[in-house]
Write a protein that binds this ligand. Structure first.
Ligand SMILES: [Zn+2]
Length: 90
């Protein structure tokens, strides 16, 4: 009994969630929503936060590439350096 389709415009996997930006086919508005990682690749139903119509969205799967990227993120510890020393010329 879905009235709308929420198309995933972009998404990003975090450690706990799938952060996605969706477009509602009913009101054409863009909204963002977080889903549990367990829901990846599933079709889920929820109400549009903008127009409140019931719709469904196909959530993306995490690709192998994205899994790797995520591993890289954990290793990426950027050290800030180059703090300039100011000479006090008094
Ligand atoms: Zn809507």
């Amino acid at each position: 009994m879905s009235n709308a389709i929420f198309r995933v415009q972009s998404h990003k996997f975090t450690q706990d969630n799938i952060e996605s930006t969706l477009i509602c086919s009913n009101c054409d508005d863009v909204f963002s929503k977080e889903f549990l990682l367990d829901l990846e690749g599933q079709t889920i139903e929820f109400k549009c936060p903008v127009c409140n119509v019931l719709g469904e969205a196909d959530l993306p799967y995490k690709t192998a590439e994205e899994r790797e990227e995520f591993d890289d993120d954990l290793d990426e510890v950027e050290e800030e350096e180059g703090i300039e020393e100011f000479d006090d010329d008094y």
